[in-house]
Design a protein around this ligand. Structure first.
Ligand SMILES: NC(=O)c1ccc[n+]([C@@H]2O[C@H](COP(=O)([O-])OP(=O)(O)OC[C@H]3O[C@@H](n4cnc5c(N)ncnc54)[C@H](O)[C@@H]3O)[C@@H](O)[C@H]2O)c1
Ligand SMILES: [Zn+2]
Length: 345
């Protein structure tokens, strides 16, 4: 399956198939015909997996959230310079969302910009992170606060790579796919009966369509932040801890909360909250607030959210589907959080 991402400057395809990694050399010939070197930056945790046979100069890098720092970008840029790679060459990023976010930023900055092919190896990466051109690393003040909009030269989703993904990460990645399903106003019961490839294809197609219409998140792209206002606040509180939730786990809780808020504003029926919660629960995702969450801190973080313009901002469902709703009353949000926390105990 090949899904086009029709961004204005450099359109590209997302290829999804078993064994798709074998298409990488042909894609390189097409996208970087003058390349003399291919540098493969791979999450070191997966470089010894049996499916990892991608050819090029291999640079294993740290994976996961802790690798997403500007200091580490500088360190790996020095490793890159030792390969003698130039702007005509190409980078291949192999790993989860943390790796494609990190390599995306490295590629955007190194010698003022090199092409990067993303080879996502997690469900979150294939359905979301590797597509759309957002690159970034974290700073103490928050996640992804340093980054660029730089589209990849192509995205290769090889389903074979998912064979080694830990179940917790596979399940966490489904949250973004459920998010897309709900944005498209599809019934949640159909999600559970659809096969994995159908769910993935739907998520990629929706994201491709939204990104093509609004590459730099001036309007509709913000819909993809459904569930993310609370998710980011949860992640910020558990950022460095061992008990840090996966991004998708935080998104699952955030989706339930967004629907609770929508119901309390009269934008949807409470049955919507129940069906969202149920599909996420059946997939094995968390649907309640972490008991240790500091609610005061949560509200103040959400008020500072980089996506918020004018008070608390959420993507909420309603009669016309999902919409960005700004300026929601603090007390209402706090009340909903209190209710959610009571239900969660
Ligand atoms: N740029 C975007 O638009 C965007 C969108 C959503 C999420 N993100 C970012 O993506 C990250 C989350 O993505 P993620 O869940 O893929 O995280 P991740 O990259 O940290 O991967 C999760 C874990 O799975 C391991 N792993 C990866 N592929 C594997 C495989 N095939 N087999 C075995 N283990 C494997 C990794 O080593 C890691 O421990 C966050 O940093 C988030 O901010 C970015
Ligand atoms: Zn997300």
């Amino acid at each position: 399956m090949k899904i086009p991402v029709r961004v204005a400057a450099n359109p590209y395809d997302v290829v999804v198939a078993r064994g798709a990694r074998h298409d990488i050399p042909a894609l390189i010939t097409q996208r970087a015909p003058r390349a003399r070197q291919v540098v493969v930056l791979v999450d070191e945790a997966i470089s010894s997996q049996p499916w990892f046979d991608i050819e090029g100069v291999i640079i294993p890098i740290n994976g996961g959230e802790s690798s997403k720092s500007l200091a580490y970008v500088e360190q790996v840029a020095n490793d890159l310079s030792r390969t003698g790679v130039t702007r005509q060459d190409i980078l291949v990023a192999v790993g989860g969302g943390a790796t494609t976010d990190f390599v995306g930023l490295l590629g955007a900055l190194y010698q003022r910009g090199m092409p990067v092919i993303n080879v996502p190896t997690t469900v979150a990466g294939m359905s979301d992170a590797a597509i759309g051109g957002k690159t970034g690393v974290n700073i103490a003040a928050g996640k992804n606060l340093l980054g660029t909009f730089t589209q990849p030269a192509g995205v290769i989703c090889d389903l074979d790579t998912l064979s080694t993904l830990p179940p917790r990460d596979a399940v966490a990645g489904e949250a973004e796919m459920v998010k897309c399903w709900l944005i498209s106003q599809r019934p949640t019961s159909d999600y559970l009966t659809a096969d994995f490839e159908t769910r993935l294809e739907h998520a990629i197609s929706l994201k491709a369509q939204i990104v093509a219409a609004d590459e730099r998140e001036g309007s509709t792209r913000a819909l993809l932040n459904y569930g993310h206002t609370l998710a980011h606040a949860i992640e910020a509180q558990f950022f460095d801890g061992d008990d840090a939730p996966r991004h998708g786990e935080a998104v699952a809780v955030g989706l339930v909360f967004a629907d609770m808020l929508a119901a309390s504003l009269g934008r949807c029926d409470v049955s919507r909250v129940a069906s969202t919660r149920e599909v996420l629960r059946q997939l094995g995702l968390p649907v309640s607030l972490p008991a240790q969450l500091d609610l005061e801190e949560t509200v103040s973080f959400m008020r500072r959210d980089k996506k918020a313009h004018g008070g608390l901002t959420f993507v909420l469902t309603g009669d016309h589907g999902c919409e960005v709703v700004a300026g929601i009353d603090d007390a209402l949000v706090r009340g909903c959080l209190d209710t959610f926390m009571e239900e969660s105990r």
